[in-house]
Design a protein around this ligand. Structure first.
Ligand code: SF4
Length: 62
């Protein structure tokens, strides 16, 4: 499922921005493997977040 409202509010896109992506973000909840879609701690109810996506809430993974 997708959380369209939160995606829009955070300007989510399915591609990286300035070399940053969800896989490198501390909010990302990884899926089955590195290429599978996962979740995001700030986009509740969404399990189709691309590891290669990006949004305005990106924060570098520690
Ligand atoms: Fe991706 Fe944004 Fe979630 Fe970070 S906060 S994992 S950049 S959707």
């Amino acid at each position: 499922a997708k959380n369209d409202a939160s995606r829009k509010a955070l300007q989510y896109q399915d591609t990286p921005k300035n070399g940053n992506n969800c896989a490198g973000c501390m909010q990302f909840v990884p899926g089955k493997d590195a290429k599978s879609p996962g979740g995001c701690k700030v986009i509740p109810g969404d399990n189709e977040i691309s590891p290669n996506g990006w949004c305005a809430a990106w924060v570098k993974k520690a």
